[in-house]
Write a protein that binds this ligand. Structure first.
Ligand SMILES: [Zn+2]
Length: 268
């Protein structure tokens, strides 16, 4: 555990309330699920919290299968709020062309505290899969018990929504593709991020080489790297600047979710 993982970051939301208000997040999801089309389930318990999974099946058997995860780190609230905002406003005709699965809030105890790590000081986005260099978190153990199914649900792509609280203004993307260099998938996410934030200049970020706003094909024990090990076609972890105005961060996250869901339909 390090101090940065235990610091608290909470922002007032543009629509009122606070960025760590889990009850408000849950209530808005319940309203959305109540419109129909979704199947809700509990993957497992983490302390007193249910780790929830929402699936929106497609009538088309061959529809691309996409998995979107948010809230691994509790000081990065624009991810969970941005994913919710996208689905609240999305056109049903677009969603119907895909099979969509959402992990709306992986690290609930961290989210309520506005703190990166969970209540046990664990980093829920480390310790996954073959590239892990740390033991899995409690959330990671629940996800690991469902690894094959999660990979099937995200066979066409996995998106994990993050923020970087060290960044006052720049956005960037970690992407993983079965290719030598970033392709259309990475660039579609990057372009959506760049509509809101300038891209991080080339150099090092958290010990990784970032080039053109992308950290490419890094296997680091993260959820997204593990999903690639499990066989999904492509994966990304998008990063908005955690010190920028939160309304812009939420809008950017929603825009990146839209770019992610549109990608497999482009040219199809
Ligand atoms: Zn993060």
């Amino acid at each position: 555990m390090d101090d940065a993982g235990m610091q608290s970051w909470i922002w007032p939301l543009p629509e009122g309330g606070a960025s760590n208000d889990q009850a408000a997040l849950d209530t808005r999801w319940q309203v959305l699920l109540g419109r129909g089309g979704w199947q809700a389930e509990v993957l497992g318990q983490v302390g007193d919290d249910a780790l929830r999974l929402y699936v929106r099946p497609s009538a088309a058997a061959a529809a691309p299968r996409l998995l979107i995860a948010a809230g691994f780190h509790g000081e990065e609230p624009a991810g969970p709020w941005g994913v919710l905002q996208f689905f609240e406003r999305a056109d049903a005709g677009l969603l119907d062309r895909l099979q969509l699965t959402v992990l709306p809030l992986v690290n609930a105890s961290g989210f309520r505290a506005g703190r990166r790590f969970n209540d046990w000081g664990e980093n829920p986005n480390r310790g996954h899969g073959a590239s892990a260099d740390a033991p899995p978190s409690r959330e990671g153990r629940v996800l690991a018990a469902h690894g094959a199914r999660l990979a099937a649900l995200g066979a066409s792509g996995v998106l994990s929504c993050h923020e970087d609280v060290k960044q006052p203004q720049h956005g960037y993307v970690y992407s993983l593709e079965r290719a030598e260099r970033p392709g259309a998938f990475s660039h579609a996410l990057l372009a959506a991020n760049a509509r809101f934030f300038p891209l991080l200049p080339d150099g090092d970020v958290d010990g990784c080489h970032v080039r053109g706003g992308i950290v490419f094909n890094r296997y680091d024990g993260s959820f997204e790297a593990w999903m690639m090990e499990q066989g999904v076609g492509r994966a990304a972890c998008v990063e908005t600047p955690g010190r920028a105005p939160i309304g812009e961060r939420i809008a950017a996250q929603a825009a990146m979710v839209e770019a992610f869901v549109r990608h497999p339909l482009d040219g199809a």
